[in-house]
Every structure is written in C-alpha cells, then in structure tokens.
Design a protein around this ligand. Structure first.
Ligand SMILES: Nc1nc2c(c(=O)[nH]1)N[C@H]1C(S)=C(S)[C@@H](COP(=O)(O)OP(=O)(O)OC[C@H]3O[C@@H](n4cnc5c(N)ncnc54)[C@H](O)[C@@H]3O)O[C@H]1N2
Ligand code: MOO
Length: 393
C-alpha cells in the first residue's frame, strides 16, 4: 500500500489543467481566474473628497475663515480655482477643486451666509483620496485564484466586464451496488438508501465542478459497463463502492476492461484503504470505497485537491490546522487514521477530541464532527495537551 502523500502525487500527475473560457463578470464568482486581470483605468481617477464638508484653499488653525465660492458634488466638478482664503462646498466622491489643499468636515464648520469658520485645525491632505490610491491603470490581479465576491467588485472597478476563468470540471458520479436505492424510493428488505454521493456532489459543486449524477450501477459487469458509457464526456469519473476485494467488487475489473490505466489501488489510510485512481480514455477516474464515511473522507483528501488542480490552482493537499488533544489517544495503526473529531475553543489553539466510535459507516458521527484528527501512520499513544494536526471539515 502506498502512502496518502504518494497517492495524492499520483493523482496530480494524472491532471492536465482545463482550458480557460471567458464569462461575464457576474458569472465569475467561485470560478478560478485563468489569467491575470489588468486594470483598464486608474481609481480614483482624480483626487477626490472622502467626506461631506468644505474644500479649503489652505489648511489653517482652529477659527480660520473662508469665503465659499461654489460647490463640487460626486459627478460634478467645480470649474474654477481656489485661492488660499476661499472654499467650496464639497461632497463625498466629488473631484477636489483646483487649488484646494484640504477638506474640513461639515460638523467642524459654522456657516454664516457665504462665509465659513472652521472650528478645528486642518492639515494639508485631510479627507482627500488621492488619484490612483486604490489602483492604477495596468495594475494586475494575479492568477490563478478562486474569485470571491470581493474580487468581483475590484474587477468591476477595474472596468473589466468579461473575464477568463478555468472551464468547470465535469464530474460524473457513479454509485454502485445492488443494495442501493435513491432517497425517496422505498428500499427492499435487503436494501439501504444511497447517501454519500450527495455529499460528494455538493463538495464537488462547491469546488467549482459541474456534476452529473449517473444511475446507480448494479453489481454486474454489464450494468457497470453501461453506466460507465454514460459518463462519456466527463473530465473526471468518480465511482463509489465496489472497490474492495469482495466477489461483487467489480469496479476495477470493469474499468480495466474498458481501458483504465490504473495509477494505484489501495493506500495506507483509514478510512479509505481501497481507493483507486487512473486514467480512463480522456477522463480521470477516482474509485472511492463504498462505506459512506470512507467515500467522503477520500473526497476531502483526493477529489477536492484534484478539482482544484484541474482548474489551474496549485497541486496541493487540503490545508490542515493544529489543535491540542483534549484527551489521551491510543497508538495509531499501520495506516494513517483520519479520526472524526470535535473541536472546542481552547486557550490559543482549539481543543480536539475524537469520537469513541470510528466505524466508517456512521454518518451521524460524521455530521457531528467538524474535524478529522490526523493520526500519522505508526504514531505512538499521545497524551492530552499534545499538539496534533487536523483537517477541518
Ligand atoms: N476482506 C476484506 N473486506 C473488506 C476490506 C478488505 O481490505 N478486506 N476493506 C474494507 C474497507 S476498508 C472498505 S472501505 C470497504 C469498501 O468496500 P467497497 O468499496 O467495495 O464498497 P462496497 O462493498 O460496495 O460497500 C461498502 C459499504 O458501503 C455501502 N455503500 C456503498 N455505496 C454506498 C452509497 N453510495 N451510499 C451509501 N452506502 C453505500 C455498502 O452498502 C456497504 O455497506 O470494504 C471493506 N471490506
Ligand atoms: O476504508 Mo475502510 O473505510 O478503512 O472502512
């Protein structure tokens, strides 16, 4: 069995980043920027007022007086020049009049007719946003990066209407097993409801993928072949179940019959031992174990990093964090153990406590978990208070 790190590297080696496509800015949230975006103008385009008040020809001590000769508003410049003893009314966002040295906020000003007294000292540059203070023509937002809501505002301000992003990976998910029915159907006496595919679909979507849920494949080679054929056109085929060593675990055999070049099968992790990956024609294939928790844990550790790499983001493992053990834990086994665990606030680092039962079929516990405590392969027993790594869920 290979290690998780080795398996992930082999998964990345299968990935070729997807080509870019251009989308309207409004559709770019959550997509991965494919090429640096360059500002098409300077912002602010002029020195601008940051406050409602008065633009002053010269800064002065408290009590300085000025005569008001006009007004500047957002979108409406004052067409004139201030001498040191003059002022204009000015509003937030308005261009700074020529000759203005500072801006007094209106709360500090007493008005009497066309004269004002500024009751607080002012300094040159007060309340002025300088031209280009936000960004200048040609400044770049670097790629690759996943575009967040905030980034869209910046791109809009840069006057970018359409933007190149990585094409969404198309993921075909195939659940396998005679025992499975879909939620809403009535399971027969020997059947259960398929579950983990919905978590994997949601995870893949959140990572930018377009997901096709294919019909459940029954445990015959024929049926599996038929469902595999329906995956035509997908960039990544994710199978669930049928990955282990049982007589009905047909996925590897059928996929190989259809041309799968396997990159690996079985890794030293718990849960998730029977994971396989490879290339099947034009698509990548990730064969997940069927146990609900195993499939979802492998989704976090392999599917999501692969989807990121396919969209041009760095080929990197899902980020881990550090926590303090809330209780003693026994030795880890011969596979790295991702233990479902609960975090609670600590003094600095959070505290982490694994659940007592770690059976890879228990979805209730997975729902209550907010972390996977990582027990490295062969790690000895650990005491409460020791610092450990975890994968946030
Ligand atoms: N003799 C051995 N038996 C098993 C081994 C082994 O090394 N030697 N490995 C165990 C491990 S570890 C795992 S994990 C499982 C994985 O087996 P498969 O990938 O072949 O999965 P299945 O047998 O198809 O299903 C396992 C379990 O999960 C349920 N299942 C399957 N698909 C779904 C789904 N979409 N939604 C909900 N539940 C699902 C299925 O009914 C089974 O109960 O093998 C061990 N055995
Ligand atoms: O991957 Mo299996 O989950 O170790 O139960």
């Amino acid at each position: 069995m290979i290690t998780v790190e080795e398996a992930l590297q082999r998964c990345f080696a299968l990935v070729t980043p997807l080509p870019a496509e251009t989308v309207p800015l409004r559709q770019a949230a959550g997509r991965v920027l494919a090429a640096a975006a360059t500002a098409r103008l300077t912002q602010p385009p002029f020195d601008a007022s940051a406050m409602d008040g008065y633009a002053l020809g010269r800064a002065g001590a408290a009590g300085a007086g000025y005569s008001v000769i006009g007004e500047a508003g957002a979108g409406h410049a004052f067409e004139g020049r201030l001498s040191p003893d003059q002022a204009t009314r000015i509003f937030t966002g308005a261009p700074l009049p020529e000759g203005a040295e500072t801006i007094a906020i209106q709360e500090d000003v007493t008005v009497s007719g066309s004269a004002i007294t500024v009751n607080a000292a002012t300094r040159p540059g007060d309340n002025i946003r300088r031209r280009g203070q936000d960004f200048a023509l040609g400044d770049a937002l670097s790629a690759p990066r996943r575009l967040r809501a905030n980034d869209l505002a910046l791109l809009a301000a840069m006057n970018i209407a359409d933007i190149p992003v990585a094409r969404r990976p198309v993921v075909a998910i195939i659940a396998t097993g005679d025992e499975l029915v879909m939620p809403g159907d009535t399971p027969g006496p020997e059947q259960i409801v398929a579950s983990n595919l919905f978590a994997l679909e949601a995870m893949a979507r959140a990572e930018g993928a377009e997901v096709r849920l294919l019909p459940i494949a029954r445990d015959t080679e024929d049926d599996l072949r038929q469902v595999f054929a329906l995956a035509e056109g997908a960039d990544l085929i994710v199978t669930i179940g049928g990955a282990s060593v049982g007589d009905h675990d047909l996925v590897g055999r059928v996929a190989e019959g259809m041309g799968l070049e396997r990159a690996f099968w079985k890794i030293a992790m718990r849960p998730g031992k029977p994971l396989m990956a490879g290339r099947l024609g034009a698509a990548l294939m990730l064969g997940l174990p069927g146990n609900p928790v195993s499939a979802i844990v492998c989704g976090h550790l392999f599917l999501l990093p692969m989807l990121r790499a396919m969209q041009g983001l760095p080929a990197a493992a899902s980020p881990t964090a550090r926590a303090v053990l809330a209780e003693d834990v026994g030795p880890a086994g011969p596979r790295v153990h991702y233990m479902r665990a609960r975090l609670s606030p600590g003094d600095g680092l959070p505290l982490i406590a694994p659940f007592v039962s770690q059976d890879s079929a228990l979805l209730r516990i997975l729902t209550e978990a907010d972390a996977l405590l990582i027990r490295p392969l062969g790690d000895g027993p650990r005491r409460a208070g020791e610092v450990v790594d975890y994968l946030p869920l």
